[in-house]
Design a protein around this ligand. Structure first.
Ligand SMILES: C[S@@+](CC[C@H](N)C(=O)[O-])C[C@H]1O[C@@H](n2cnc3c(N)ncnc32)[C@H](O)[C@@H]1O
Length: 253
């Protein structure tokens, strides 16, 4: 994740934290600035995070096998961690990210690794799947929402409802609401987010962190996440968890 050679943009002046539903929310931290590069840099990950990412990767591979998926579509892909799942399964991959610099770096990696026939990328918003769904491969894709991406989105319900319409299997990987996890997240975000505020109660039973340039990330309790999935018409096919978070495989009811 640091291997992309992406450099963090200079810090703009600190602005008041934006509400997660505000329009500038995504534009600020992820779309254009260096926020994506900072938060996805391995150098900023507390040690505990690596086990969580391993859990997520193995859950994704198991889902591909169990649900007979014919492609992997990774949202918030940054440098394409789930490309390894597609490589291991021998199926097409598409990485989608709102950050054009990250997508350009992933495209270069795909070229360097001779995977042009298997892997594609696009710049797109996970919440606007109707805009890019025609470009993704597979009739039964595994759509991966990695590394607490769901907790970054202003409107998780809208995002999940849109993704459900794609007809595949969705893998959702989120941080839990446990105090220990909140402490690990605080240490993580303190390394890459300026103006980090004390965590507040989130919308889904977890803790929400806010910072400069509209940074906003919330975690999920299991009951609140299950309720959200039900409300979106999604049923749980499998789930696995470690002390930091959980990965769930879901499909349309
Ligand atoms: C996977 S998330 C990681 C979140 C972080 N670990 C946390 O705890 O909140 C970061 C990646 O998602 C991308 N991203 C953020 N919002 C997005 C959106 N709405 N659509 C697509 N990609 C998005 C960013 O550009 C970045 O590459």
């Amino acid at each position: 994740m640091t291997g992309t050679g992406l450099l963090a943009a200079p810090e703009p002046a600190l602005r008041p934290a934006l509400h997660p539903l505000s329009a500038e929310y995504l534009d600020d931290f992820y779309r254009d600035g260096g926020g994506a590069c900072a938060i996805m840099s391995v150098a900023h990950f507390p040690d505990e995070v690596l086990a969580f990412l391993q859990l997520e990767c193995l859950a994704a591979f198991q889902a591909v096998v169990a649900e007979r998926c014919d492609a992997v579509v990774e949202l918030g892909c940054f440098d394409g961690r789930a490309l390894e799942v597609a490589r291991a399964a021998g199926i097409p991959y598409c990485g989608v990210d709102i950050n054009g610099t990250a997508v350009a770096a992933l495209r270069e990696r795909i070229r360097d690794e001779g995977l042009d026939a298997q892997a594609t990328t696009l710049v797109g918003d996970a919440q606007e799947s109707v805009r890019w769904s025609a470009q993704v491969p597979g009739r039964r894709p595994l759509i991966v929402l990695p590394f607490n991406l769901l907790g970054n989105l202003p409107d998780p319900r809208r995002a999940l409802t849109g993704l459900r319409a794609l007809g595949g299997t969705i893998l959702i990987s989120v941080f839990n609401e446990q105090p220990r996890t909140t402490a690990v997240r605080r240490a993580y975000y303190a390394r890459c987010v300026t103006g980090l505020a004390e965590p507040a109660q989130g919308r889904y039973g977890g803790a929400v962190f806010r910072g400069a340039r509209g940074f906003c990330s919330e975690s999920f309790s299991a009951p609140a996440l299950h309720r959200l999935l039900r409300e979106c018409g999604l049923v749980i096919r499998s789930q696995t968890a470690n002390r930091l978070g959980r990965s769930l495989t879901v499909r349309g009811a």
